[in-house]
Design a protein around this ligand. Sequence first.
Ligand SMILES: [Zn+2]
Length: 174
Amino acid sequence: MVEGSGSGAVTATVQGSGGVVVSEAEVWKALEKVEDPELPITVTDLGLIREVAVAGGRVRVRLVPTYSACAAIDVMRQDIRLRVLALPGVEEVSVELAFDEPWTMARMSERGRAALAAYGLSLPGRRAAEPVSCSYCGSTNTTLENPFGPTLCRAIYYCRDCRNPIERFKPPAE
Ligand SMILES: [Zn+2]
């Protein structure tokens, strides 16, 4: 038996009651199916999962609270709980927010960025303070029109060149 330290360094599978074993890899695989309810991106591509720890039949998932202002985070937490609970050998799931490290765009995977760009969202760069570029013509001659887009995670910009409204993914720090 391996002691679950909760440090995230536990990679060995441990025996849950009933003899069914769940591994961290299986939990990660289940998490890859959890999508943001408002955007076509999974929680793993979003970089939302900070840590998965397995100890016997107990699983702890820690999230980086990117969307703390959005109702989406509660939907995702619930979805994560149900998906992980459905795995054989899992008896208990806790989904916590880890406030020790802020979410940044750097946590988003290339696949996630590609998915959001294909969806038509303008994305912030990996570094802050880059100009907002138009998702239609690429111009940076843009202006903030409405900081509150259709959801709290999006803002509306306006392109002065092609005169299109631009939906921009809005990370918490922006
Ligand atoms: Zn434009």
